[in-house]
Design a protein around this ligand. Structure first.
Ligand SMILES: [Zn+2]
Length: 245
């Protein structure tokens, strides 16, 4: 008596209608219910034994919980690594004599329910004051690693074109204070590429009118009226009105 093997000899096959085990049958018909099958045609039999509904339900709940846990773990490690890298940046800024302020990045209702010690993971630095002569271009590496930064005030710091070139990486920068910086036209050209910029201070720099032309796109044809730059106590905005002394 010949033995009909399933396509994969190690795996059992089962009737599509009644889940009867069809291994080793010479007749291509289920002995239990009479349904025909063909070992060469995958569509005519099942490869998995019948399972109780609670096994299926338990398995699905288990998979769901595992997926939820995995998402929570990824969110936790992502949040924590962002927090840790930000703490390193803050430390570097403080060592250079600077200060930072932070804003929350989560909705208030969420933070209100969160234990106080976890709230710090949901804040990001949005403003840096680094206004000491000892602060140099290399200290700006800490500043540009802060992804949510919107305001950087470097008045009186020892900043040059090279430092300003780094600030191009700040994607949300709205305010930039560079009074007293050692800038040339090269630095101004880089500033002109920071499309999000709304306010810029260049007092006490040796910037000339020809270099200021690099800012014309940013501050003349701007979308909002609140945009301006101030250079050597003269204020320029979308309307090109000169304000102040
Ligand atoms: Zn059957």
């Amino acid at each position: 008596m010949g033995r009909v093997l399933s396509p994969m000899a190690t795996r059992s096959i089962y009737c599509r209608s009644c889940w009867y085990t069809l291994d080793g049958l010479t007749d291509r018909r289920c002995p239990e219910c009479g349904r025909r099958f063909d070992p060469a045609d995958r569509r005519t039999y099942r490869t998995k034994p019948r399972r109780h509904w609670w096994v299926t339900v338990t398995r699905r709940i288990g998979l769901f919980l595992a997926a939820v846990l995995m998402v929570l773990a990824v969110v936790y490690f992502w949040t924590y690594s962002r927090y840790a890298s930000e703490q390193r940046a803050i430390l570097g800024i403080e060592r250079a004599g600077g200060l930072v302020t932070s804003k929350s990045i989560a909705p208030d209702w969420f933070l209100a329910r969160l234990p106080a010690r976890f709230r710090i993971y949901f804040t990001r630095v949005d403003l840096v004051l680094l206004q000491r002569p000892k602060a140099t271009d290399s200290d700006l590496d800490h500043v540009v690693s802060l992804k949510e930064i919107t305001a950087v005030h470097l008045h009186g710091a020892t900043v040059t074109d090279a430092g300003v070139a780094k600030l191009k990486a700040c994607r949300k920068l709205k305010e930039l204070g560079l009074s007293g910086a050692r800038l040339t036209g090269t630095g101004l050209r880089d500033i002109g590429t920071i499309r999000t910029l709304e306010k810029l201070w260049l007092n006490g720099t040796s910037i000339n009118d020809a270099s200021l032309a690099y800012l014309s796109n940013l501050f003349k044809s701007s979308r909002t009226g609140s945009r301006f730059y101030q250079c050597n106590r003269r204020r320029f905005g979308p309307s090109e009105r000169s304000q102040g002394s």
